[in-house]
Design a protein around this ligand. Sequence first.
Ligand code: CTP
Ligand code: MG
Length: 233
Amino acid sequence: MTAPVVAAVVPAAGLGQRLGADGPKAMHLLGGEPMLVHSVRTLAAGPVDLVVVATPPGLGAEVLAQLAGAHPGAELSVVDGGATRSDSVRLALAALPPSVRVVLVHDAARPLVPAALVAAVVAAVEGGADAVVPGLPVTDTVKQVDGADVVVATVDRSALRAVQTPQGFRREVLDTAYAGPESGTATDDAGHVERAGGVVVVVPGAEEAFKVTRPLDLVLAEAVLAGRRQAGG
Ligand code: CTP
Ligand code: MG
């Protein structure tokens, strides 16, 4: 196998507290398989040469066993994740070999991401962008409130995007952004790049790239997967 050029980092070390499941969310079953397996399978089937999963500490061997056979087109490795999502991503980035030039970061908790979205994000980075995020227009009206929950303003939602993963980066850009001091406020990877002064572009996201966060998201995910299986996908 040639040295990997496009890598995907998959933070999968979260507890899934909002889902309320017992055990790590990435290992929660969707259509009979852990969510993480769905995510890795889609990444590996596309233009990704190497997948590095940040696992709940101590679960690396179990995760490797679960993922056997799910990454035919890509190498796979695991690292212990950290206390926060940023820590988990940072630890996985440190495990990338020097040959890697393009890095995707993809939440294990977005198991139904379409392959076409993965390919579009990689293509945008290979086309010259430093940092790329998939985003969708916001459909709810968004209010800004003060400390007493009194509305201060209604935000112009036409200028807002709800962003997803995979987010894609030139490797140096993401390494540099994560090497900076921890801000504590960045809830995605592009946030670190923005804080470091980098330019982040948005490409069209996909509804099916939604994150499984609360129990209702799992109901939707099961329904989407059942529909795909019925359609032979
Ligand atoms: N994640 C991680 N390491 C952490 C926290 C989160 O790798 N210390 C990962 C999760 O496994 C998930 C992704 O980051 O794939 C997005 O995080 P989120 O949806 O918040 O998942 P959890 O942190 O598991 O859920 P919750 O916040 O409800 O506990
Ligand atoms: Mg979380």
